[in-house]
Design a protein around this ligand. Sequence first.
Ligand code: G4P
Length: 527
Amino acid sequence: MSKQAAEVAKRRTFAIIAHPDAGKTTITERLLLMGQAISIAGTVKSRKSDRHATSDWMAMEQQRGISITTSVMQFPYRKHMINLLDTPGHEDFSEDTYRTLTAVDSALMMIDGGKGVEPRTIALMNVCRMRDTPIISFINKMDRDIRDPIELLDEIEEVLGLKAAPITWPIGCYREFKGVYHLTEDVIYVYSSGHGHERTDAKIIKHLDSDEARAHIGDLYDDFLEELELVQGACHAFEHDEFLQGQMTPVFFGTALGNFGVDQVLDAFVDWAPAPQPRMALEREVLPSEETFSGFVFKIQANMDPRHRDRIAFMRVCSGKYEQGMKMRHARINKDIRIADALTFFSSDRERLEEAYAGDIIGLHNHGTIQIGDTFTEGEELSFTGVPHFAPELFRRVRLSDPLRAKQLRQGLQELAEEGATQVFFPQRNNDIILGAIGVLQFDVVASRLKEEYKVECIYESINVWSARWIECDDKKKLQEFKDKAHENLSIDGGGHLTYLAPTRVNLSIMEERWPDIKFLAARESH
Ligand code: G4P
């Protein structure tokens, strides 16, 4: 195997999908502990934006110099290289999460054992399903009173439409939690509380049918055997192929807080999850083993270092090898640029990067030319597909307090739109600027950032827009006809795409009916 093929085979790139409070932050810390990226759990802080009020959230965001280092985490584990991509928990920032999920090869689904499958998990799972992303499941908080595990598996099957194959099975829960039984290895991993912050190997009892196991499980032993029989009869056995096709999920039980069961999950990623996969471009499929470099940008984030106004474009490498100082072709604008200082995200520090392979994430300094979805190559004309933009659901007209700052406002909004913080629309019939968002919190964040970063104070006004649709049409004549007729409601978005802003749902239906040759797209892929 060539060095490159070996490097690619070593990589596992995944994200965690979870409803807020299921334990994503906690397990992230434990995973980093496992990869020796941190020495004691409890050091990854300030990522709990989910549960805070808007004002807190913004104050925290302003300290993004701290939180950003955990936005992509790379660490070695069992001679493999793990890339863990963080996703914002708050649903108002779901677009960012959706796009991050396009950059992974697999995902870890965390479920709070007391609550089961929750709404945000369902939404994120639906995004994973678009690409049939393989999912490994972890049912968390076994040290608490949880719901019947069989019921939880049923819920995964029914609500998420995934076949659930238990790999471990819990012995008791809450104060009676005694560990998990590994269904195929026939061993018990013994739980002991109080080791949540350390790397410890769980004590193992070989064979369920042993005196040691009987003594450990105690009064629960007979009930446990009965339950196990039921589980083995009723549940699916794990099939690796079905997992890789995104149809079956292996399920583990444990407690992130107690750092129990987390190593089994990480082992499952190494043993079962796919190495970096091929990616589709408009022109062709690109294999990770190809020698020439390619990658796409799935996220842009500003102000990583509060002292500089730099923006970082997060790029997933799809093929070849990145080396410091290499030249890359920015395919959309057809320009070669030399990349001298890309960032890597090894351990918990930002470091200068030496090399990166398919599956890795690198951070490019962006001075305003890079947009979400952009493709970079070593000269070939390629456009990777599959990075989605969703039509906003909320709209505001922006007005300036100080009219003399119009230029700064435009620049600020353009940049925030490129970053994906909001969407911006410039109507064709007047000079208004309209902002679109998926979650209302986005507007507050934009106003606050305009003030902080661009010294622009703005006011929002309500506006009569129900939804936006991107317009596409292969027939140039028809398109022109449509542009003339629909002029009043047409605008150009921050990326230069023609967009129809529908005042009402009824209006949109009428237009769709009247213009059958025009595509009104609720989501578009960047390319
Ligand atoms: P999130 O990022 O998914 O939102 O969840 P996070 O890890 O912040 O966990 C949410 C709460 O659940 C935290 O408690 C955390 O300590 C707790 N938790 C996570 N895993 C487990 C577990 O396995 N068992 C138990 N019993 N609790 C768990 P908190 O009180 O809200 O925060 P904190 O004060 O402990 O930080």
